[in-house]
Design a protein. Structure first.
Length: 494
């Protein structure tokens, strides 16, 4: 992309996002809809081509609903198929990969949704292009401002009190008020900041994951081939919803040098299943990895933030890595927007690490337990129960609430009453003041960034006054609106 700047002239932007994966693209979308000028830079020359993160949890589906991409996500994917266990070329029984869940009025998306990561990224990229084409960014486009710049490898970073300057292997440097490292588990930006990652090897045995075209298997099942002996690991072949491909996953003995070629993958499939080598007709993408869990010691250093795999690395078991990364971006986006465009205090950005680091640590523990077979993929993996109770942005003014009652800091549930769907009311970059089952009329004057919704009742909320954050969590809750103005002033709702 032509930035319009010379090699010695730094291009200026509000936020520089390093990495065009699901994390970086989600963040850029959220910033764009708030009118924040953001440039995404990506070291590779294209979007990631593989399926590595193929499962979108219910909470992520809710986020994508808000960001305007859920219809495309649903059209591109499908539900997970039931697992089918094979032995000696025979089907010997089904295996449910996930504990069953049902949709409800307050949680409309009950199950994970399968979409290959490469397709998710294409959808997010298209949404960013759509937002960037709006009149809001006309001046930025004239100045060579950004969407996504490929082939931009970060080689240096410096920051001062006013911003961050990032140098690249080629092309002009970029000057930004803030920068976000979304450049993966081997993050160049994280290393430049000197932030350590603490973790462990979840499984010393190397793993193969590949996207392949395969004949001789139906697409109605996730085909599982248990080990035949001590020398072999398992093989799983999962049809990738919305495509003609399968994801091949195989575990190998420690120290194995995995052959990622078409012939190498054919040999593995033939050796561990009833399929012949020629049944694998094409390999679109392949990678090997050692499952590990690691967490950055900090998620912020000055004007630079860590998000996604740059901040936490998961085992793929349980489908939490991509989803936790999307939650990072969704948490950070509205806060950067509030500081840069809404006049919120800069201290609001301190709450990103306060909220997301403990949350990521919890999800790392969960994915490790799922990988080791200690827990099933159940309610916790759907991420609907995650929240920020007790954090500085969560103000609960009601006393003596039962644990199961909705508290400040919890995810704001959906609901429909009198033709009003709450998720429709929440959708967008605004705050929402929700009054439920109360005749409260003494509401304080509120800025235009707060939308007021009154409903007579909703079981998920009980009764009271609730201020819902732009990312769909209850920020403030009370029996009346007393004290609400103090909260909105403190957090910079404007």
């Amino acid at each position: 992309m032509d930035t319009g700047a010379t090699d010695s002239e730094a291009m200026a932007t509000d936020v520089l996002v390093v990495g065009a994966g699901p994390t970086g693209l989600t963040l850029a979308i959220d910033l764009a809809r708030r009118g924040v000028d953001a440039l995404v830079v990506e070291r590779a020359d294209r979007l990631f081509p593989g399926s590595r993160g193929k499962g979108l949890q219910p909470r992520t589906r809710e986020v994508f609903d808000d960001l305007g991409v859920l219809d495309a996500i649903h059209a591109a994917g499908g539900p997970y198929p039931a697992g089918m266990i094979w032995q000696d070329g025979r089907r010997v029984g089904e295996h449910q990969m996930f504990d069953p869940a049902e949709t409800s009025v307050d949680s409309p998306y009950g199950e994970p949704w399968m979409v290959p990561q490469w397709r998710t990224q294409e959808i997010l990229f298209a949404r960013l292009e759509e937002l960037w084409g709006s009149p809001v960014f006309e001046r930025s486009r004239e100045l060579g401002g950004g969407r996504v710049a490929f082939g931009r490898e970060v080689v240096g970073l410096a920051q001062d009190d006013d911003g961050v300057t990032v140098e690249f292997a080629s092309g002009a440097p970029v000057r930004a008020r803030y920068a976000v490292a979304a450049d993966g588990g081997r993050s160049t930006v994280r290393r430049a900041l000197g932030i350590r990652m603490t973790g462990e090897t979840v499984d010393p045995n190397p793993m193969l994951v590949a996207d392949a075209r395969i004949t001789g298997l139906d697409r109605d099942n996730w085909h599982v081939f248990p080990p035949r002996g001590d020398a072999d690991g398992f093989l799983a072949i999962c049809p990738l919803a919305g495509t003609e491909e399968f994801q091949v996953t195989a575990r190998f003995p420690q120290g194995t040098d995995i052959d990622l070629s078409l012939d190498g993958i054919r040999k593995v499939v033939a050796a561990r299943s009833h399929l012949s080598p020629d049944d694998v007709t094409e390999v679109r993408w392949a990678s090997d990895f050692r499952p590990r869990a690691a967490l950055a010691d900090r998620f912020r250093a000055g004007r630079v933030f860590l998000a996604g795999d740059a901040a936490h690395v998961h085992s793929p078991a349980g489908g939490q890595g991509l989803n936790t990364s999307v939650q990072d971006a969704y948490n950070l986006g509205w806060k950067l927007g509030a500081v840069l465009r809404g006049g919120a205090p800069e201290s609001l950005l301190d709450t990103y690490e306060e909220e997301r680091l403990p949350n990521a640590a919890d999800m790392l523990g969960l994915t490790t337990r799922v990988h080791r077979g200690e827990v099933r993929r159940g309610a916790a993996t759907r991420q609907l129960g995650l929240g920020y109770r007790g954090r500085s942005l969560s103000m609960e003014t009601r006393a003596g609430l039962p644990e199961a009652t909705l508290h400040a800091g919890d995810r704001a549930p959906d609901g429909t009453l009198g033709g009003v769907r709450l998720f429709d009311a929440f959708r967008g970059p605004h705050w929402t003041l929700l009054t439920v089952g109360t005749d409260e009329t003494a509401l304080p004057p509120l800025p235009a960034s707060v939308r007021t919704v009154r409903i007579p009742s909703c079981e998920a909320y009980g009764t009271g006054v609730f201020l819902v954050r732009p990312d769909g969590y209850v920020g403030w809750a009370g029996e009346t609106a007393e004290g609400l103005t103090e909260y909105t002033t403190r957090v910079g709702v404007a």
